[in-house]
Structures are given as structure tokens and as C-alpha cells.
Design a binder for this molecule. Structure first.
Ligand SMILES: Cc1cc2nc3c(=O)[nH]c(=O)nc-3n(C[C@H](O)[C@H](O)[C@H](O)COP(=O)(O)O)c2cc1C
Length: 133
């Protein structure tokens, strides 16, 4: 059984585009080689992340992420075992005006969210709506 944690956070003040790109790229690289699946989005100063994988690994990664000074105000959305992985790899995206209207990407996010239970699905949908629409 896999385990998932999801949260939203605020980037530190004055974070540069380059720093954000570094966070997104290194998360994608590390997670894809370390069997962590999920999603990391950045939009207008906020992060939204889902990390999914072996329980111990996910908990340890979340501890590291919480201690990272490049973001603050970390609010956990859910933390739970999941019966079926919602994501098949690790994706990260810098959400801009262009991605806001990329319907293929939106459909892709929704396809993943459909795997979650109804209550969690609703919570994630609400956050995605705030992030993307
Ligand atoms: C918003 C945010 C999300 C992050 N997500 C991940 C992630 O999914 N995977 C990862 O390996 N590091 C992620 N990091 C980086 C980690 O906080 C940390 O720098 C990294 O795990 C390296 O830790 P280490 O220096 O202790 O090896 C993230 C950082 C931030 C600010």
C-alpha cells in the first residue's frame, strides 16, 4: 500500500523565478528516480504538492520539505494510505497565464484526482481550482 501527503505553502518573500525552477526541477528529478509519484505546482507565490510512495519515505521527505526555508505557511490538506496510486510519475509545473488555459493539462490533473476518495477529491479540486482557474 502506498501513502500520500498533500499540502499548500507560500514561497518565501521575493523568491526568484530561477529558484522556483530549481525547486520544481530537483523535486521532479529526485522523485522520479526515488519512486515518489505526485505533483508539484507553483502559482503566484504558492506551492501545491502531492507526494505519494512508500510510507516511511514519504513521511521523511515531508519532514525535509517542511524544514526547507524556501517556503512557509505549510498547510497539510491530507495524509493517508492510498489503495491505488493516483499518479504514474512525478510532475511539476510553473502555472502561468498560459497553463491556466491549457485544457489538456487540466484534464490530466483531473484524471489523477478522480482516484482519490470523494472527500479528499473535493479538497484537492478546490485547491486546484484556486491554483489554475
Ligand atoms: C515547495 C518545495 C517542494 C519540494 N519538494 C521536493 C520533493 O518533492 N522532492 C525532493 O526531493 N525535494 C523536494 N524539495 C526540496 C527539499 O526540501 C530538500 O531540499 C531536498 O529533499 C534535499 O534535501 P537534503 O539537502 O537534506 O538532501 C522541495 C522544496 C520545496 C521548497
Amino acid at each position: 500500500m502506498r501513502y500520500a501527503i498533500s499540502y499548500v505553502s507560500s514561497a518565501k518573500n521575493n523568491i526568484s523565478e530561477k529558484e522556483v525552477e530549481e525547486i520544481l526541477d530537483s523535486a521532479e528529478e529526485y522523485n522520479n528516480t526515488g519512486d515518489i509519484t505526485g505533483l508539484l505546482l507553483f502559482s503566484e507565490g504558492n506551492f501545491f504538492q502531492v507526494i505519494e510512495g512508500e510510507e516511511k519515505k514519504v513521511r521523511e521527505l515531508f519532514e525535509d520539505i517542511k524544514n526547507d526555508e524556501r517556503h512557509t505557511n505549510i498547510i497539510k490538506l491530507f495524509e493517508k494510505p492510498i489503495h491505488k496510486p493516483a499518479f504514474d510519475g512525478y510532475r511539476s509545473d510553473y502555472v502561468t497565464e498560459n497553463t491556466k488555459f491549457n485544457s489538456a493539462k487540466l484534464r490530466d490533473y483531473h484524471r489523477h484526482v478522480e482516484v482519490l476518495d470523494t472527500k479528499t477529491q473535493q479538497a484537492v479540486e478546490n485547491v486546484l481550482r484556486a491554483f489554475i482557474y
